[in-house]
Design a protein around this ligand. Structure first.
Ligand SMILES: Nc1ncnc2c1ncn2[C@@H]1O[C@H](COP(=O)(O)OP(=O)(O)O)[C@@H](O)[C@H]1O
Ligand SMILES: [Mg+2]
Length: 269
């Protein structure tokens, strides 16, 4: 079930940059990035502007190699842009921070730690593993992602879907304001993918974070997002910022859903 969450802050569907009254607003302003490729500069992002209001769900779609992951890394504070600035709630992003959770295509779990220990890594990194409140949060996250019976399992004993659930729980255990997802379901089979889409929607409703998700799956973007931002081939520019004006829960049979899908696929063609 995908319904609007009961946030303290207003539904951000149409507002480009929600006011500073609530947390989790991200503003990426005039972002350009380039890398060196065999000694030659390779322009990757070309004056990109992207904002997401508090509690909104924004998807990024675009051709492979266009610069989507590069943009997400900048949002995380993992890299610095060549031009432009990244702000979260009006504060400049300069480095990674637990207030921005990250989920990648590969779950990147530590193989020698159990599910529970992997999820607890966030709090541990913050030096409070024995804090009962942190332990309670780990338990809560394990419940939320439905891994109670696998708490003591090792990553090698998990299916791809369970590993990605663990990775989601780990990213959310510190209660980030913003969750950055880079093709989080890209390697999963169709059935697991579909159930994890529901899972992500549920977590988003429950936790109230702002989601910025890269996906190559237009249906997935339309099922989950308030907006779908469509990027050009590299160097990425924003081709269109598409508002998904569909009630939740969404179904793919909705004529408007099909119309939006067609429109986005045409932009990508
Ligand atoms: N650290 C890096 N050094 C050099 N080139 C990079 C680096 N990161 C990404 N690139 C290049 O930038 C382009 C965009 O990459 P990426 O952001 O991963 O694209 P996408 O996620 O849209 O598929 C690619 O051509 C890639 O090879
Ligand atoms: Mg990528």
């Amino acid at each position: 079930m995908v319904t609007r969450p009961h946030f303290a802050h207003p539904a951000p569907t149409s507002s480009e940059s929600a006011g500073p009254q609530t947390r989790g607003a991200i503003d990426m302003l005039d972002i350009s990035q380039a890398f060196l490729n065999h000694g030659e500069p390779l322009p990757v992002l070309d004056h990109v502007n992207l904002s997401a209001g508090p509690g909104s769900f924004v998807s990024l779609v675009g051709p492979s190699g266009s610069g989507k992951s590069t943009l997400l890394r900048l949002a995380a504070g993992l890299d610095r842009p060549l031009t432009g600035r990244v702000y979260v709630d009006g504060r400049r992003v300069r480095r990674p921070d637990p207030s921005r959770g990250l989920v990648f295509q590969d779950p990147t779990l530590l193989p020698w730690l159990t599910v529970g220990q992997n999820i607890g890594l966030g709090p541990q990194v913050q030096g409070s593993a024995d804090d009962p409140e942190q332990r309670r949060r780990v338990d809560e996250m394990i419940d939320l992602v439905g891994l109670q019976e696998f708490r003591d399992a090792l990553p090698s004993e998990l299916s791809g879907g369970m590993a990605q659930r663990t990775s989601l729980a780990r990213a959310l255990v510190t209660r980030p304001e913003i969750l950055l997802l880079d093709e989080p379901l890209g390697k999963l089979d169709a059935l697991t993918r579909s159930s994890l889409q529901t899972e992500i929607a549920r977590l988003w409703e429950h936790q109230g974070f702002t989601a910025l998700m890269v996906t190559h799956d237009v249906e997935e973007a339309l099922l989950l997002s308030d907006r779908v931002v469509v990027f050009s081939p590299r160097p990425a520019r924003v081709l269109e910022d598409v508002a998904v004006d569909l009630p939740r829960p969404r179904t793919q049979d909705d004529p408007r859903f099909r119309e939006l899908r067609r429109h986005i696929l045409e932009l990508l063609a």
